[in-house]
Ligand binder design. Structure first.
Ligand code: GH3
Ligand code: MG
Ligand code: MG
Length: 510
């Protein structure tokens, strides 16, 4: 069975390293290494030298004086920083030539630089300064470029599958090729003779469970650097922030403000360095600023939502008030249409309607029904004696007495002039006679006071009542009550005459 080395060799031809990168690495590794040696190597490539000076003067290195020579750069920034800059420039400009236009090299480069910045900041925060961590983080995904450069079409399938399945990239690569970008990158860097401190952590940066104890912390820092870079250059930034917090807490015991500051510092420090590496900054801004802006937008939305809700509530209350007023006005109109304005009793038209309905109901439910007709005795004399307005007062007061003498379910109506009708639902003939007599008595006993004078009136009442079988129709019922009233008048007034059959001469109650 082939090992990973053979598998990689069978599928991908590893490019040789830029010669200058190897010379730089060799120089810094040697025991008798001197600043001068490194300076000479860099000066042998004027473009590289110019680039290093540009980066050395960027705000990232925060130098108080302008760096104008490699010697100054080495003495102010130190060998390690100069080596980092040199390697970043050399390796990435070499790699850029290897990928065609289909690969978003700019994004890759930006992510790599931010990861390198993040790794350096994280190492400083957790107190594990590592001279190689910048370059290690910068190169951790170099295998991805190599994959893309060697087999762009196959690798595009890998990327598509990763986005479709949301599986980790290294797992999809394993599935397609039998090895992943960790192995490919580590293999490449080992073949370039980069130190073990760089290529071993890269070999395990997605597989912490297999990492040799010695490199465990570096791998944890790489993981944090990868998430931190993704906060600014990937999607799902909030999730990535959570992952950063999680690893920093679990592996290094850091949380709270220190972590928030680290997340922001990655953006500001990346921005400091981007332009000197000729990387467009894109939309990178400190995460706390992004959150603050998002919160402001949210609160603006909330405010306009609150305002909208208040307006809506006011409009609803106004509509409800209007509907209520309309309902009351309609009810009043309705009442007015059925009420007599002098006495407040139901009017003749409503009496006719109600009598129809009550006859229907009595038939349907097999109830009894009674009807009374009342006429004030000698009312003309009241008008003649006290005047028409007083007559009106008498009519109104007698109406009140009538209403108070019957049940709520009974209908008292002004039939016309000084004549009234009372419908007594679910009331038999005998009970109706009693009601009629109570009415007559109450009116007879009622004293009306007008302008210091007392007036008393009496009424004659025609009473009729029947059960459902006997009801022949409204006309017959009204006629019977009318005839009974006529007999009461004839019989001497102030009395009740009750009739429940047409031929019945009835009994006069006094
Ligand atoms: P009887 O005992 O036969 O019923 O005698 P009466 O005087 O009551 O009967 P009549 O039908 O002769 O007169 C009814 C009077 O009622 C005449 C009319 O002016 C009076 N009247 C009718 N409607 C009103 C009203 O709205 N206000 C006033 N003040 N009087 C009214
Ligand atoms: Mg009359
Ligand atoms: Mg009368």
């Amino acid at each position: 069975m082939k090992n990973t080395h053979d598998l990689i060799a069978g599928k991908i031809r590893l490019p040789s390293p830029p010669a200058i990168a190897i010379r730089i690495l060799d120089a810094v590794r040697r025991d008798d290494f001197s600043f001068k040696d490194l300076g000479c190597i860099i000066k042998s490539d004027p473009a590289l030298m110019a680039q290093i000076l540009k980066v050395a003067n960027s705000p990232y290195y925060n130098c108080s004086q302008k760096v104008t020579s490699i010697e100054t750069a080495l003495s102010i920034l130190g060998t390690n920083a100069v080596k980092n800059i040199a390697l970043s420039v050399v390796l990435f400009s070499g790699l850029k030539k290897k990928v065609d236009n289909g690969f978003d090299f700019e994004l890759f480069w930006r992510r790599a630089v931010s990861a390198a910045v993040a790794a350096e900041l994280t190492a400083a925060l957790v107190g594990l300064p590592d001279p190689e961590i910048f370059v290690t983080a910068l190169l951790q995904d170099i295998g991805v470029i190599l994959f893309y450069a060697s087999c762009p079409e196959d690798y595009q399938l890998v990327l598509n599958a990763k986005f479709a399945t949301m599986q980790p990239l290294n797992e999809v690569e394993q599935h397609f090729f039998g090895f992943d970008h960790q192995q490919l990158g580590a293999e490449l860097l080992e073949s370039w003779h980069l130190p073990e401190d760089i290529h071993v952590p890269i070999l395990y940066h997605h597989s912490n469970d297999q990492v040799p104890e010695r490199y465990r912390k570096q791998v944890d820092i790489l993981k944090v650097s990868d998430y931190l870079s993704a906060v600014y250059h990937g999607c799902r930034s909030v999730d990535k922030c959570k992952m950063v917090r999680c690893v920093l807490h679990d592996k290094f015991g850091f949380q709270g403000e220190a972590v928030d500051d680290l997340i922001d510092a990655v953006a500001t420090r990346s921005l400091d360095i981007f332009s000197s590496f000729d990387i467009p900054a894109g939309s990178v801004r400190p995460f706390s600023l992004i959150l603050q802006e998002a919160n402001e937008e949210l609160s603006k939305l909330n405010n306009s939502y609150d305002l909208l809700m208040i307006e809506l509530r006011q409009a609803k209350e106004k509509a409800e008030k209007l509907a209520n007023e309309l309902f009351c006005a309609n009810a009043r109109l309705h009442e007015m249409a059925f009420r007599d304005c002098l006495t407040g009793l139901y009017n003749h038209r409503y009496f006719q309607e109600m009598l129809d309905k009550e006859i229907e109901r009595a038939k349907r439910y097999e109830n009894e029904l009674s009807l009374l007709f009342l006429d004030i005795d000698y009312f003309k004399k009241v008008n003649d004696t006290y005047g028409h307005p007083t007559g009106d007062r008498v009519l109104a007061e007698i109406s009140r007495v009538m209403e108070q003498s019957v049940r709520n379910v009974d209908f008292v109506a002004r039939y016309g002039g000084e004549e009234f009708a009372v419908i007594l639902p679910e009331t038999g003939f005998q009970a109706a006679r009693n009601v009629a007599e109570r009415l007559r008595g109450n009116i007879e006993n009622h004293v009306i006071e007008v302008d210091g004078r007392t007036i008393k009136v009496t009424v004659s009442i025609g009473c009729t009542g029947c059960n459902c079988d006997q009801i022949k129709g409204k006309g017959a019922l009204v006629d019977l009550a009318d005839r009974a009233l006529y007999i009461a008048k004839l019989s001497g007034r102030n009395m009740v005459h009750a009739m429940n059959k047409e031929e019945d001469a009835g009994a006069v109650v006094r």
